[in-house]
Design a protein. Structure first.
Length: 327
């Protein structure tokens, strides 16, 4: 019996294996996964027959990409090591159905640590806040004010545990005993940035840590880009508090807009480089002006018009449409 097929005993183990060897947000893999299921996908990958939707060359490249990641024996060890962690797959009751809006780019599985019941909340209940890592005192102050307002309304705050705006959002939620979710670009057992180890540990105890990559995996630039789609899809609205002209948070705004989610941005001083990106979002009409938590609540409650479906021109190399690349 082929080694990887032996590891993929059922849909859960096959998705765990796929999260270890697959490329996140890979449309070709996602399409095949939808058509045949995870266990059969692993079997096809180890075979040499035709692959649906691919010609012979494409199938060979796809197989090589999956099978060259690690030796089967090492993958077996990693699956045993990872068995102590919680894995959520689409058939589980606490799988966040909002991620299904990503279509073939949806995660193969989610690794979780903490209160997974937060994923069962209605989509408008969750708000993503993100922005500059090199946040100014203005950005940190506004973030705390926004999170205070949202906490009073019982909303769950979603961010990525990075320095700057995201850390301010998590801390503001924890201080107010509000729910918070951190979506990591690393494994849930590998706090990143390391300087936020205590913060991330507290989120795991009082809120929820999520990642689409398995335990022990380190973050990379591409994994931060891939994570943007999850941050955007999980929430009814994405709020950019501060962002430079090339800030990674603009990827999240682009993904949210493409998904039809609400996008808001806090206006900043025109002299502040940390607000250039957020101000441009507002100037182009790709985000709504946010000055307080009430603005966010009104946006979510439909007191403003339906969110526009126009695509932000963003830098993400994997963007859903060629038009969504950066200017």
């Amino acid at each position: 019996m082929p080694a990887l097929t032996a590891l993929a005993r059922d849909d859960r183990s096959a998705r765990v294996l796929l999260s270890m060897i697959g490329t996140p947000a890979d449309v070709a893999t996602g399409k095949l996964l939808t058509e045949v299921g995870a266990a059969e996908l692993i079997s096809i990958a180890e075979g040499d027959g035709p692959v649906s939707g691919m010609d012979r060359i494409e199938a060979a490249v796809w197989r090589d990409r999956l099978l060259s990641v690690a030796a089967p024996d090492r993958l077996a060890e990693r699956m045993v090591e990872a068995s102590e962690f919680r894995v959520i797959i689409p058939s589980d009751p606490d799988w966040p159905t909002a991620l299904n809006d990503l279509g073939h780019r949806a995660p193969y599985a989610l690794w979780a640590k903490g209160r997974t019941e937060l994923l069962a909340e209605p989509l408008p209940q969750r708000i993503t806040l993100t922005g500059a890592r090199a946040a100014t005192s203005y950005g940190a102050h506004v973030t705390e004010e926004l999170c205070g307002d949202l906490a009073q309304n019982g909303r769950t705050l979603v961010a990525g545990a990075a320095y700057g705006i995201e850390a301010s959002a998590h801390r503001a939620a924890l201080v107010r005993d509000a729910n918070t979710i951190a979506v990591l670009a690393s494994g849930v057992d590998r706090p990143y940035p390391a300087g936020h180890a205590d913060l991330i540990d507290r989120i795991a105890r009082e809120g929820l840590l999520l990642s689409e990559v398995p335990p022990s995996v380190a973050p990379t630039r591409q994994r931060f880009i891939d994570r943007s789609r999850i941050l955007a899809a999980l929430s009814g609205a994405t709020i950019i508090v501060e962002a430079g002209s090339r800030s990674g948070s603009l990827h999240t705004a682009a993904e949210a807009k493409q998904l039809g989610r609400f996008v808001g941005a806090v206006p900043g001083p025109i002299t502040s480089a940390a607000s250039t990106g957020s101000n441009l979002l507002l100037q182009s009409g790709h985000a709504r002006v946010i000055t307080n938590g009430t603005d966010i609540m009104r946006m979510l409650e439909g007191e403003t018009s339906t969110p526009a479906r126009s695509v932000i021109r963003a830098e993400a190399p994997h963007a859903v449409s060629p038009k969504s690349r950066v200017l």
